[in-house]
Design a protein around this ligand. Structure first.
Ligand SMILES: *[C@@H]1O[C@H](CO)[C@@H](O)[C@H](O)[C@H]1NC(C)=O
Ligand SMILES: *[C@@H]1O[C@H](CO)[C@@H](O)[C@H](O)[C@H]1NC(C)=O
Ligand SMILES: *[C@@H]1O[C@H](CO)[C@@H](O)[C@H](O)[C@H]1NC(C)=O
Length: 333
């Protein structure tokens, strides 16, 4: 039987024309298709390229500059100072962005003084996968089955959900979450003047004193308000930039095996529109909306109300335990 992918190969001669610049990807052709009301479980945001749906996870390249593993692409899920727990829907075709839930309700993250919600732009690194099929030797835990997470120390831009940025890797935190490895890669947007003078977390200290420690602590305690325990970070410190870049490259390899169909898929849709030779996951983007029943265009509804309890600050003691003031009700989840 002639395989479907051979036919796809023949029908996409235009693929090569997308190649542009040294990263081979035209970033200006990206747009977003937003459907539904924010702060609801039905809300979705699909990525588009040339007006057709793609997967942000599988179709945006990892490296914007070929051969330079210290600069990566990432896409914002949670812009700085916002609190909706926005994530990549790994088990829906083409992996739209959605609002994660707690017990069926949209989840928000409390502001723990002195930080307002997420104190940095937070997102995912495309074409990486924290392989959940084996224990990572460095941490002793399997990956969390998601793309790698990133947080950006830049002061640049308000940022918006779905924004694709280029950033320099400074290091990372090997966080353990629910018995799985959940790397948090620390980066700085390459447009930030800081990026030219800072290569490591240690360099950051000169220009942004105590910022790294403050963000490190944030990752340890951010679930405490919801009644969860402290998160653990392997090594109790940042890993260096070289080590982090190495792990990103490695997780790019895990991702490649995944979309090639060589790794067991668990609650992940691997459909991608970029590489016809990876037959098991490939679908031409022009066919994706119909095949996957993706809405043909944006249809943004007014946002649902966000619970007022997230407007307040919460306070922790030096052991990161919540501080109760007599008569005050701590009422998150
Ligand atoms: C990667 O890009 C950065 C920023 O432009 C540059 O400083 C560095 O030398 C580059 N590294 C390689 C290996 O090309
Ligand atoms: C980076 O971290 C790795 C792992 O801890 C270590 O082996 C390596 O020596 C470190 N490199 C630098 C430049 O500190
Ligand atoms: C999407 O990918 C799955 C494998 O995860 C495959 O079985 C399915 O046929 C793909 N769908 C399309 C329309 O290509």
């Amino acid at each position: 039987m002639v395989s479907a992918c051979a036919l796809f190969l023949a029908s996409v001669p235009a693929f090569a024309s997308l190649v542009r610049g040294d990263d081979g990807f035209d970033y200006s052709s990206l747009s977003l298709r937003e459907v539904g009301a924010r702060n609801t479980m039905d809300w979705r945001m699909w990525f588009e390229k040339d007006g057709q749906p793609i997967s942000p996870w599988h179709d945006i390249p990892l490296y914007p500059f070929a051969g330079n593993e210290s600069i990566i692409n990432y896409y914002i899920e949670i812009p700085r100072w916002s609190d909706g727990k926005i994530e990549t829907k790994r088990n829906e075709p083409l992996n739209p962005i959605f609002h994660d839930d707690t017990d069926g309700q949209p989840r928000f993250v409390a502001s723990v003084w002195p930080h307002k919600s997420y104190p940095f732009h937070y997102g995912s690194i495309p074409q990486t996968w924290e392989d959940s099929t084996f224990e990572l030797p460095f941490t002793g835990y399997p990956g969390d089955n998601d793309p790698m997470d990133v947080f950006d120390v830049t002061s640049i831009g308000e940022g918006y959900v779905g924004e694709v940025r280029q950033a320099k890797v400074l290091g990372g935190l090997a966080m353990i979450d629910d018995e799985s490895t959940d790397w948090k890669v620390i980066v700085v947007d390459i447009r930030d003047p800081l990026a030219a003078v800072v290569d490591t977390v240690a360099d950051l200290e000169m220009y942004r004193p105590s910022l790294a420690q403050s963000f490190y602590d944030w990752f340890i305690y951010y679930k405490v308000i919801r009644g969860k325990g402290l998160n653990h970070i392997v090594g109790n410190d940042f890993q260096n930039a070289t080590f982090m870049s190495h792990h990103i490259a490695e997780s790019h390899g895990y991702w490649r095996n995944l979309v090639r169909g060589e790794t067991k898929v668990n609650k992940i849709r691997i459909n991608q529109t970029s590489n016809p030779t990876w037959c098991k996951s490939y679908i031409p983007s022009q066919e994706a909306a119909a095949a996957f029943d993706i809405p043909a265009e944006s249809n943004v509804l007014p946002p649902a109300e966000r619970p007022a309890k997230y407007d307040r600050f919460y306070y922790l003691d030096t052991d990161f335990a919540t501080i109760d003031v007599p008569g005050e009700v701590i009422d998150i989840e």
